[in-house]
Design a protein around this ligand. Structure first.
Ligand code: KIV
Length: 265
């Protein structure tokens, strides 16, 4: 059986094949995602909101992440498994090494994701030197929601767009092997995807990223509260969970999702 690795996703970027990613938090959903051929699965700290019912991702603990990553790993067959490092679990390079070590050794993750730009460069370097693949996360960083004053589109003015671009390039140079770009204007995401050699996975970042990610509950229409602009509910056109996930995969591969309606200018 072939397994999807970071090298596989790099090759897909080179060949212009779109990469599909969805979140999962348990073994059963993971099996559905696998059956639909999702390329990579993210155990997001969004679990704080969609599983635990918290108001933000901030209360999620390393133990929570390890538990859910282990559940997902049991249902995984082929997809690359990425786990989020939760808020305040990577405040120093040493702490990041310990958190990432747990997510990989106890949880079974293949890669860890962390939020932040230039302040994370040394941490990314240390993780990479220790054989831990890193996915960076720029644009809207939900762990900084209180600093940002809400869940807002980032990089709308020239200065903040330049900062995101410079951070993206610096993170790649520090060793990051993937980048999630959340809620940034479509043109900025397209430019960053073109500039970087590593795969850039967008959420609310337009169709020109190398791949797309959504929170699985959002694309099944069970978002609590207001549905963000970048989310599409695939359930009405599909009728079942497996069919909705398959429709998402096909729409991303065929560049039919996201449309302008799901993007920011
Ligand atoms: O926590 C999460 O699910 C995420 C994705 C929304 C990218 O970070």
């Amino acid at each position: 059986m072939s397994h999807t690795t970071i090298a596989t996703l790099m090759q897909m970027k080179k060949e212009g094949e779109k990469i599909t990613m969805l979140t999962s938090y348990d073994a059963s959903f993971t099996r559905v995602l696998e059956a639909a051929g999702v390329d990579s699965i993210l155990v997001g700290d969004s679990l704080g909101m969609v599983i635990q019912g918290q108001e933000s991702t901030l209360p999620v603990s390393v133990d929570d992440m390890v538990y859910h990553t282990r559940c997902v790993a049991r249902g995984r067959r082929d997809a690359l498994l990425i786990a989020d490092m939760p808020f305040m679990s990577y405040s120093s390079a040493d702490q990041a090494l310990s958190t990432a070590g747990r997510l990989m050794k106890d949880g079974g993750a293949h890669m860890v994701k962390l939020e932040g730009g230039s302040m994370q460069l040394e941490t990314v370097r240390q993780l990479t030197l220790n054989g831990i693949p890193v996915c960076a996360h720029l644009g809207l960083q939900p762990q900084s929601v209180h600093k940002l004053g809400g869940y807002r589109v980032q990089g709308k003015d020239e200065e903040s767009a330049r900062e995101i671009k410079e951070d993206a390039m610096a993170l790649e140079s520090a060793g990051a092997q993937m980048l999630v770009l959340e809620c940034v204007p479509k043109a900025l995401a397209a430019e960053i995807s073109h500039l970087l050699t590593i795969p850039v996975i967008g959420i609310g970042a337009g169709v020109d990223c190398d791949g797309q990610v959504l929170v699985v509950y959002d694309m099944l229409g069970i978002t609590s509260g207001r549905r963000p602009r970048f989310v599409k509910d695939f359930m009405p056109e599909s009728g079942s969970v497996p069919a909705a996930v398959a429709a998402y995969v096909q729409a991303v591969k065929e560049k039919r999702f996201p449309t302008e309606e799901h993007s920011f200018q």
